[in-house]
Design a protein around this ligand. Structure first.
Ligand code: BES
Ligand code: MN
Length: 456
């Protein structure tokens, strides 16, 4: 067979495939918002049923949090085993008013399907499920063992799966893990991805008084929590854009020249400015943009709140202020140590009269870098290249995180590769997320072909 066979299979069944994909998309499986609990569970059921109907042996791993659906087709202990990691949960949809069509009603405009999760990651997830089903039908005797691991908490820290890794270690054993949950720079420069950054996140609560106060009556007397949060957050950075937290960069591992040369680090600044109407002026200015996003660790302020920001005006000194911050980590930074360093630094910057409470969120992730020379990296590259009309497959890194992967790779003893056809214009985590139907088809063929090659 070849990638062409998978394209043909997709085209033959396209109506059914899109019907199923849209059904999957319509389930609002937002794992971080407790109001959606029943929908997330319904989505787990959907995945479980799909995999069972495909002829795999399915297990539902439960615990506090959302179920992990594990499915396998074991032919022989002598055959190589490939595991595909996926997640069925999605990000929240706010601000909902900015969506041009309802966030959970898949709507096709210009060949793109708009829906929360269309790309991240139900597009890649559905393509993985459907490709495995197609492969089992087209080549039932292919000498390969296949495992699918589909969790429901990737977007909120993968806590349950992380807890299950030791207990399920035997089930998770594999020779290779493929993680179709990332993207490419463009479809003209297809690539595998050789690493994701780790992540830790914190919430900073500041308290100044037991109630909001009149800013005329006590202004000049109390320390305004909004001023405190602004000063504390500003103290996190140096003028050159580097992070001022002591020790933040201590264990950062530098890439060898060989590793750097392998990566496609060219950054199209003009395109970036045009597409996002944004300037590449953030981060450590001593490094070029893509090094800042892929190779260096960063610290970002994801949300700030305090006082009155509604229409009109209100002269108030708020009782509280809050900030959400997160750090992206690279090898060999330790997530716990970095989080603690940030927390202690902010506590030391808290002005007199302000009480700070700093919460380190559970469910942080470790960074992972993987080898370009593993057999799965080579096989994935071949499948990608064949599916993309023969364009050679390059290698990039991903600034984002897939929290559990580093520990999963250790638990299963497998070589890992990240892949996928996300584009930076897909608006993942933002209003109007979308994925090209051509890229759904491409994902299906690539994943099917990759498993096929792995079995040869
Ligand atoms: N699919 C993304 C990872 C990703 C981000 C790939 C950007 C390519 C480009 C993944 O689902 C994700 O969003 N992860 C979160 C994890 C966090 C919420 C714990 C992230 O990176 O913010
Ligand atoms: Mn995501």
């Amino acid at each position: 067979m070849s990638a062409a066979k998978f394209f043909e299979d997709y085209d033959r069944r396209q109506t059914q495939l899109l019907h199923e994909f849209f059904e999957f998309l319509r389930i609002p499986s937002i794992s971080s918002e407790p109001e959606y609990r029943r929908d997330v569970l319904r989505c787990a059921d959907w995945v479980e049923n799909f995999l069972r109907d495909s002829g795999l042996a399915v297990e539902r791993w439960e615990g506090e949090g959302y179920p992990v659906i594990f499915a396998e087709r074991l032919l022989s202990p002598d055959y190589p085993t490939i595991m595909i990691y996926q997640h069925y949960d999605v990000q929240p949809v706010d601000p909902v008013s900015e969506w041009l069509s309802p966030p959970f009603e898949p709507t096709v405009r210009d060949g793109q399907v708009y829906c929360r999760g269309a790309q991240d990651n139900k597009g890649h997830c559905y393509a993985s499920l459907a490709a495995v089903r197609a492969l089992l039908q087209l080549q039932p005797d292919l000498p390969v063992n296949i495992k699918l691991l589909v969790e429901g908490e990737e977007e909120s820290g993968s806590e349950l799966l992380t807890r299950l890794l030791t207990q399920k270690q035997d089930k998770l054993r594999a020779d290779a893990i493929a993680v179709p949950d990332v993207g490419v720079t463009s479809l003209k420069t297809p690539s595998i991805t050789l690493g994701t950054r780790g992540m830790v996140s914190l919430t900073v609560h500041l308290h100044g008084s037991n109630t909001d106060l009149h800013s005329g009556m006590v202004g000049g007397i109390v320390y305004n929590p909004n001023r405190a949060i602004a000063e504390m957050l500003a103290s996190l950075y140096n003028a050159d854009g580097s992070v001022a937290v002591p020790g933040f960069y201590d264990s950062v591992e530098n890439l060898s020249d060989e590793e750097v040369n392998r990566l496609s680090l060219e950054f199209d600044e003009e395109r970036f400015k045009r597409v996002f109407e944004a300037e590449p002026t953030g981060g450590e200015l001593a490094y070029p943009p893509l090094s800042r996003a892929w190779i260096r660790p960063t610290l970002e302020i994801n949300g700030v709140g305090g006082g009155y920001t509604g229409s009109g005006f209100k002269t108030v000194i708020p009782a509280h202020a809050v900030a959400k911050i997160s750090a992206r980590l690279v090898p060999n930074q330790n997530p716990e140590a970095v989080a603690l360093g940030i927390k202690n630094f902010l506590l030391s910057k808290t002005p007199p009269g302000i009480r700070a409470e700093i919460e380190i969120h559970p469910g942080h992730g470790e960074p992972l870098r993987t080898s370009a020379n593993s057999s799965i990296a080579k096989i994935a590259s071949q499948a990608i290249s064949e599916s993309c009309g023969g364009i050679p497959c390059g290698a990039i890194l991903c600034g984002g995180s897939i929290p559990v992967i580093s520990k999963l790779a250790k638990a299963s003893g497998a070589e890992t590769v990240f892949m996928g056809y996300g584009l930076d214009t897909d608006q993942i985590h933002a209003p109007n997320e979308h994925f090209g139907l051509d890229r759904l088809r491409l994902s299906f063929a690539t994943i099917g072909r990759m498993i096929e090659l792995f079995g040869k």
